[in-house]
Write a protein that binds this ligand. Structure first.
Ligand code: NAI
Length: 212
C-alpha cells in the first residue's frame, strides 16, 4: 500500500500495464525476472520501475530481481482486483454489447451485474447470461444491487442527463465511452471518471505512421 501518501496519476496509470505484463510472464512460465529484463520488455527504465514500485514499499530483492507471481499479486492487491466492484452498463447498442460480452471484467476486479437501455425494443432481450433492463429500473436496481461503477455506452447527447441521474441515485464512478467529456465538470474527490476514446489511440497511430 502507498508508502508516501498519495500516489501520482502517472504511476497509477502504469500499474495495469505492470499487471498485464506480469500475467503474460506467468503464462510463459517465467517465475522470476530481473528489473533489467522487465524494463527491456516494458520499454521503461529499470530505475523507473524501481521508483514506481517503491511508491508501494518496493518488492524486488537485490541480486534476485522480482518474483513474478508475488509481484503480480501485490500489484493486483494495490489495484484492488480482488475486491470485485459491481458495474452496470448503460446503452446496449453495438459498443455496449461488445463491451458486455467480450471484456474480462473479473480480471479487472469488476463484475457486470446489469445492462440497461432506454429503447423498449431491447427490454428483456438476452445479453450473455443477463437480460437488458429498462433504464426506468435503474433506481430500484441500485437499491438492491448497489453497483459502484457505470459504463456509459450511450450517445454523446444522452450522457449528461444520464450521468446526473446516476449520480443522484448514488453511482460515482464512470467508465465513459460516450464521447461527452465528463471531466472536469464532474471530477471531484467523490466522482471518478475514466473517458475512453478508441479514436484518440488510432489518431496517435495515424500521426506516428505519417511522421516516422
Ligand atoms: P448504438 O446506437 O448501437 O447504441 C447506443 C445505445 O444507447 C442504443 O441501444 C440506445 O437505445 C441507447 N441509449 C441512447 N440513449 C440512452 C439513454 N439515455 N439511456 C440508456 N440507453 C440509451 O451506438 P454504438 O455504436 O453502440 O455507440 C454508442 C456510443 O459510443 C456512440 O455515441 C459512439 O459515438 C460511441 N463510441 C465510442 C467509442 C469510444 O472509443 N469511446 C467507440 C465507438 C463508439
Amino acid at each position: 500500500m502507498p508508502k508516501n501518501g498519495k500516489i501520482s496519476n502517472s504511476v497509477i496509470r502504469r500499474l495495469p500495464r505492470y499487471y498485464r505484463f506480469l500475467g503474460e510472464l506467468q503464462e510463459e512460465g517465467i517465475t522470476k525476472i530481473s528489473s533489467g529484463e522487465l524494463s527491456q520488455r516494458m520499454k521503461l527504465t529499470a530505475s523507473q520501475i524501481r521508483q514506481d514500485l517503491n511508491c508501494f514499499g518496493g518488492f524486488g530483492q537485490q541480486g534476485y530481481g522480482y518474483n513474478v507471481s508475488e509481484l503480480r499479486e501485490e500489484i493486483g492487491t494495490i489495484i484492488g482486483t480482488n475486491k470485485r466492484l459491481s458495474a452496470i452498463l448503460v446503452g446496449a447498442g453495438n459498443l455496449g454489447k461488445a463491451v458486455a460480452l467480450h471484456l474480462n471484467f473479473e480480471n479487472c476486479g469488476c463484475k457486470l451485474v446489469g445492462v440497461f437501455d432506454s429503447n423498449p425494443d431491447l427490454f428483456d432481450a438476452p445479453l450473455g447470461d443477463m437480460k437488458i433492463l429498462s433504464t426506468s429500473l435503474l433506481e430500484s436496481f441500485f437499491k438492491t444491487n448497489k453497483p459502484q461503477i457505470a459504463i456509459l455506452c450511450i450517445p454523446k447527447e444522452s450522457a449528461k442527463e444520464l450521468c446526473d441521474k446516476l449520480l443522484s441515485i448514488g453511482i460515482h464512478s464512470f467508465w465513459n465511452f460516450s464521447h461527452y467529456d465528463l471531466n472536469p465538470e464532474y471530477e471531484d474527490d467523490d466522482i471518478i471518471v475514466e473517458n475512453v476514446h478508441l479514436g484518440d489511440s488510432l489518431l496517435t497511430l495515424t500521426y506516428r505512421t505519417n511522421n516516422k
